[in-house]
Design a binder for this molecule. Sequence first.
Ligand code: SAM
Length: 281
Amino acid sequence: MDLWYTEKHSENVGITLKATRTLFSGKSPFQQLDIIETLEYGRMMLLDGLVMVTERDEFVYHDMISHPALFTHPCPKRVLVIGGGDGGSIREIMKHATVEEAVLCEIDGLVIEKSIELLPSMACDIDGSNPRVTLHVDDGLAYIREHQDAFDLILVDSTDPIGPAVGLFEEDFYRLVHGALKKDGIMVAQSESPFYHAEIQKNMYRNLRNVFPIVEMYQAFIPTYPSGLWSFAFASKQYHPVRDFDKARAAARPFHTRYYNEDLHLGAFMLPTFARENIAP
Ligand code: SAM
């Protein structure tokens, strides 16, 4: 019998993928974790029934949460990822030779453990083999409270604002992030779908503008996320992602990126009108 998995994007719309088998299904103290094998998108991780990553389209999300900030900051050395227990963001950060240390702070140890076991193409740098990577199983809020003025970049690779991630969309958290960044630091956070999550975006960008002098939204196309149109918030103390972007440095990158490139970096910040309106001050 065929196995079909549906994630509901709203009350009336969803995405359905044909699956062949369940590789893991279990509950942590924080959430339900399932990893299933799909026919078209490879292995797929779900948290509380929502798609987190698939092997086929994860390159879009992980390129775009990491490289725009890594190529805007002139010399990122210390990078923190909050969430991101699948390891995909850390894998991309590790492509940058300037980065001396990347810290992963993921609240759920089960996500890390099962990603290492079942999603090795993403978790390749969080399995203990990379001396530049440090893992902390902790709440991101608690971690940054203890690590002020410490990072060049902070990437918030979190779940939606429900469950353990609620606090990661609030102004108090952004103030802690601001303090945990060095004086020219940059934060990037996944900021949901402009198509389905206008209200979340409105609040999130208002909270960010109350804390950071530079706040911009950029977009990426991710087929398995609601509507396919996804967004990221770029919040910065000093560097602007378009005006201070060194296009030649990005063009000369000594590694391959399947989605990110120096032209797309600039284009991603050009928003459709309805998305601009979602975050209008
Ligand atoms: N790419 C995904 C997306 O946008 O749908 C997100 C990746 S998923 C691995 C995000 C991770 O954030 C989850 O593993 C979850 O446990 C973690 N997370 C949620 N709240 C957190 C918190 N307060 N501190 C640290 N990690 C958190």
